[in-house]
Structures are given as C-alpha cells and as structure tokens.
Design a protein around this ligand. Structure first.
Ligand code: DC
Length: 224
C-alpha cells in the first residue's frame, strides 16, 4: 500500500503519446501533472530570446542560471511560463523544437531543471510526471513507472497531426534526429528505467493506454 503521495513516471520518445496519456491518467485520478519536456523547451525559448550561442555548451550553462521557469500543474490546463512570459505556444515552434535537444544535453541545464522538477513533485499531493528521465533520475523511487513507445511512423503521424505539419517525411526525420541525440547524449540519455513497465501504444487507443496505466496505479494503491 502506498502511503506517501503517489508519483507516476511516464517516459518515452517524442510522439509516443506520453502527454495525452499522462494528462489523461492525472485527470482520471485527480492528480497533478508535470510536463518536463515543456520545461526544456521553455529553457530553449528563453536562451534563444537572450541570444545565447546554442553551439556553445558553456554559454548555455552560464545563461541557463538566470532563466526562471514556472509550470502550472493542472492536467486540464497546464501552463508554462519563462522569464514571466507565457510560452505555451512558442515552445511548440519549429525553431524551439530544432534547438531543444542540444540545450537539454547540457549537464548544468539538467541539474537546474531536475532540481525544479523534484520541487514540483514534493509539493504535489500525487502527480503524474512525463519526460525522458523521470523513472531513472528525477523520481527513481516512483511506485509506478511506465516506458511508453510506439513505432516511428505512428509517432510521426501523431506529431504531424498535433503540429498541423503536412510534411510527414520531414516530421519523421525531425523525430529521428531528436531521438538520436536524446538517446546518445552523455547526460541522462533516454533509456528504459529499471522497474518500469513497457507499453507499446502503436496499436492501442489513447483510452486503452490510459486504462493500462490506471491498472498499474490501482495495483500499487491496493495490492491484491
Ligand atoms: O517531450 P518533448 O518532445 O516536449 O521534449 C522536448 C525535448 O526535451 C526532447 O527532445 C528531449 C528533452 N527532454 C529531456 O531531455 N528530458 C526530459 N525529462 C524531457 C524532455
């Protein structure tokens, strides 16, 4: 039986359905929701605004210290603010998407954001957290850890629908490039965390994936 506030970690590559799944689970169970990818995107947006040279990891590490990021954790209306600006829209732009992987590979950026993410986890009375390193680094003791995958074509089709990008081949290439960087970087590469349950959503509906995660939560809340 879980007595401490529940933490559900949802990790996986871009376009695997993490966000819809994590928000759906949080809404159904009345938990808070944290999108850590949005935080890395907000950091990238803020550094672009400052004119930081994103080819220079030392400059990224230096300027990142001064960026203030705030996340709203209502799963039905999540918000993300960087340096006082609501960046919910701009963080989904092609410009931010193209630069987020090199920014999130900088160890100091990860330290800063992981510290912030743990604060949100500690402050919440139960939370679903989505990202790449939640089950491995941010909340390794989370009682429920899910690693969500889907095949590349399904992920590209989903992402193209979300962004309204008609060029499926370019979307697939952008996803593949980010996957490559995210999985091979030295600092917290995307891997399946120990103790996590692999869910392949390729042939499942969103509701079916949410059902599977809720079943895992029920099992730790009330073990048979
Ligand atoms: O989930 P997303 O596509 O919005 O994430 C954007 C980028 O942020 C992704 O390319 C990798 C990075 N990221 C990360 O390194 N660690 C996380 N916990 C979440 C996202």
């Amino acid at each position: 039986m879980v007595s401490t506030p529940l933490v559900v970690a949802v990790d996986g590559p871009s376009g695997s359905g993490k966000s819809s799944t994590a928000r759906g689970v949080a809404t159904r169970l009345g938990l808070a929701y944290l999108d850590t990818g949005a935080m890395y995107r907000a950091m990238t947006w803020a550094l672009l605004e400052r004119g930081t040279d994103l080819d220079d990891p030392a400059a990224i590490a230096r300027d990142a210290e001064h960026v203030v990021i705030e996340s709203g954790t209502d799963p039905q209306a999540p918000t993300i603010v960087a340096d006082g600006v609501d960046v919910s829209g701009p963080i989904r732009s092609r410009r931010v998407t193209d630069h987020v992987s090199p920014v999130s590979a900088v160890p100091r950026v990860r330290e800063l954001l992981v510290t912030l993410q743990r604060r949100y986890v500690e402050a919440a009375d139960g939370i679903v957290v989505e990202g790449r390193d939640i089950g491995s680094v941010v909340a390794p003791d989370a009682p429920v850890k899910v690693h969500l995958v889907a095949d590349a074509a399904a992920r590209a089709a989903r992402r193209a629908l979300e962004t309204g990008d008609a060029d499926a081949a370019a979307t697939l290439e952008s996803l593949a490039r980010r996957d490559r960087i995210d999985s091979t970087r030295a600092a917290s590469p995307l891997t399946q965390a120990e103790g996590s349950v692999l869910i392949d959503g390729t042939h499942l509906t969103l509701e079916q994936v949410i059902d599977q995660v809720v079943t895992l939560v029920d099992a730790v809340r009330d073990p048979a």
